[in-house]
Write a protein of this length. Structure first.
Length: 277
């Protein structure tokens, strides 16, 4: 009888590894801006990595020394390069972080199971045309002189860095967010490498098939009350390069502060929708 039971021993299947979310910040922010989302997702059992791009967060670089997008994006490229060949991540970009997501899809399509854009620049080829700039760059001119500009290449050349002035930040970035988040941002925001970002162009990798890039599903999360990346800009980018799924969140430009529970739920829903959870 014992031998018969041994013949029918149940095979225990290995548990599926929980999804690994990699979160990419936008202009002037850093990995610190994701602290609520990171906490919520890790408590739910997911793996979360937050990246500081060059001149952001605790990275010591100066934004005025960065003249190319690939320089700015190098920390993310280094991270993805270090992943084992068979490991995949869910890449999430906010605002200008969408450029980093798109560049990563081009370079590492087999390492990215899903790309999520949150109020983000989603342009297949980066800034190639005037239409790209119109759709993918925030136009804050109606609010007046909102930027503190840096001129790392000299005053006779275009500005190399930009930071929204303190008096405009709550009005534009955080008008639906708790006051304490505005206080945190005031302590942590840094000039962004304007020249590197606005000259970002996405060229396909040599030897990389376009079909591989297109096999990475994309999800867009639209911020309904955004005063930076306006809803009509987000719609225009989705129309030009349609994502696999699109969701909406009742928030300002910074849903990780103003509506973190809903944003967390949408990230998980996005992963479920394409079969990764």
């Amino acid at each position: 009888m014992a031998e018969e039971n041994q013949d029918h021993t149940l095979e225990v299947k290995p548990r599926r590894k929980p999804p690994h979310f990699v979160l990419i910040h936008g202009m002037s922010l850093g990995s610190w801006c994701w602290y609520k989302i990171k906490c919520l997702m890790e408590v739910s059992g997911y793996t979360v990595t937050c990246i500081d791009l060059k001149s952001s967060g605790i990275d010591p670089s100066s934004a005025d020394t960065l003249t190319s997008f690939d320089q700015y994006n190098q920390p993310l490229i280094d991270f993805l390069s270090s992943l084992p060949e068979q490991e995949q991540v869910i890449l999430v970009g906010h605002s200008a972080g969408g450029l980093s997501v798109t560049r990563s899809i081009q370079r590492f399509p087999k390492k990215i199971s899903l790309a999520v854009y949150i109020a983000a620049t989603m342009l297949k080829f980066g800034f190639q045309t005037d239409e790209d700039l119109k759709d993918g760059v925030p136009d804050l001119s109606e609010h007046g002189d909102v930027y503190e500009l840096g001129f790392g290449l000299g005053p006779e050349n275009p500005p190399t860095s930009a930071l929204i002035k303190p008096g405009f930040r709550r009005k534009l970035l955080y008008h639906m967010s708790p006051q304490q988040e505005c206080a945190l941002a005031a302590l942590m925001m840094r000039p962004a490498p304007l020249l590197a970002l606005t000259t970002a162009k996405m060229e396909g990798e040599e030897g990389q098939e376009e079909e591989e890039e297109e096999q990475v599903p994309r999800v867009y999360i639209k911020t309904l009350h955004d005063r930076v990346m306006k809803p009509e800009q987000q719609e225009a980018m989705m129309k030009r390069w349609p994502p696999s799924q699109a969701y909406e969140v009742d928030s300002d430009h910074s849903p990780f502060f103003s509506n973190p529970f809903v944003l967390c739920g949408l990230l998980i829903k996005a992963a479920v929708s394409v079969g990764f959870i």
